[in-house]
Design a protein around this ligand. Structure first.
Ligand code: ZN
Ligand code: ZN
Length: 276
């Protein structure tokens, strides 16, 4: 029973880490579609540090470069270039490889210099994650605490890999870009699984585009707005139709054949883009 509870705690923390990633690292910092109240920002910074050990400056730089070169040479983590399983199993390696490049950080995250708090504390990502481990061990006991911590890390990393790998390989497309939409993945990644929509309108604060899609982070963001903890800066509902371009209505990729179909679709999408 203690271990079941530990796994549930780990899953809950992984969901919280995923929510912080999409709202703060992704929609707020990378694409500037939301502005956060200073108190919310501090909560997000501490959460990022303690649950993911990610440096926001690095995450934003790698992510913006991914948008700049999506599935072309220069994309830090493309399953079309590296191979699907390499991204699914070693996403963190590709992330680290890019995040360690000073010129990437300077070019893509010049607007996010480290402040005093970063230099003193948040830059030390391992310390934040270790602190979470210590707290979990003190509250739950050493072994269940480590089970919760391991669950948090493995689930969080797997979900991120799935967005970058499966989210550029399987699923349906509503827009002419190389990413794909996976509704099930969206439900467990606070909307990030609607990755084809996201690549069509990166600055949209909401990742669902049509009525049959659901972005679980959106009601959270709206609630934060009501509580004055956040402000949405860009349009959420309008503009999707303009991005549909000339892609056949809801092209569906075959999960059994995967990437070859994805490539065929990407070729179609490129052709559509050129003739548009
Ligand atoms: Zn992508
Ligand atoms: Zn993005």
């Amino acid at each position: 029973m203690r271990y079941i509870k530990a796994v549930l705690v780990g899953l809950g923390l992984a969901q919280l880490a995923t929510l912080i990633t999409t709202v703060y690292l992704h929609r707020t910092l990378s694409h500037k579609s939301i502005r956060l109240h200073p108190a919310t920002t501090m909560f997000m910074r501490v959460g990022t540090w303690m649950l993911t050990s990610i440096s926001p400056r690095e995450w934003v730089a790698v992510h913006r470069k991914h948008h700049n070169f999506s599935d072309e040479e220069g994309d830090p983590h493309s399953p079309h270039i590296e191979g699907y399983w390499k991204i699914m199993l070693a996403n963190v390696y590709y992330y680290r490889r890019e995040a360690s490049q000073d010129d990437t950080l300077e070019k893509y995250a010049a607007d996010l210099p480290h402040d005093r708090l970063d230099r003193a504390l948040f830059k030390r990502g391992t310390l934040g994650f270790s602190l979470t481990g210590v707290i979990l061990a003190l509250v739950m006991g050493f072994k269940p605490g480590m089970v919760a911590l391991t669950t948090l890390a493995s689930v969080y990393l797997t979900l991120n890999a799935a967005i970058n790998g499966a989210g550029h390989t399987f699923g349906y497309k509503s827009f002419a870009n190389d990413a794909t939409n996976l509704k099930l993945l969206a439900l467990i990644t606070f909307g990030e699984g609607l990755h084809n929509n996201h690549h069509a309108r990166p600055a949209s604060p909401k990742l669902s585009a049509f009525d049959d899609e659901y972005d679980p982070a959106w009601p959270v963001i709206r609630l934060m707005e009501k509580l004055r903890l956040a402000k949405v800066l860009t349009k959420a509902e309008e503009g999707w139709e303009d991005h549909r371009r000339r892609l056949p209505e809801r092209a569906v990729l075959n999960p059994l054949k995967g990437i070859s179909i994805a490539d065929a679709n990407a070729a179609d999408a490129n052709a559509a883009r050129k003739s548009a």
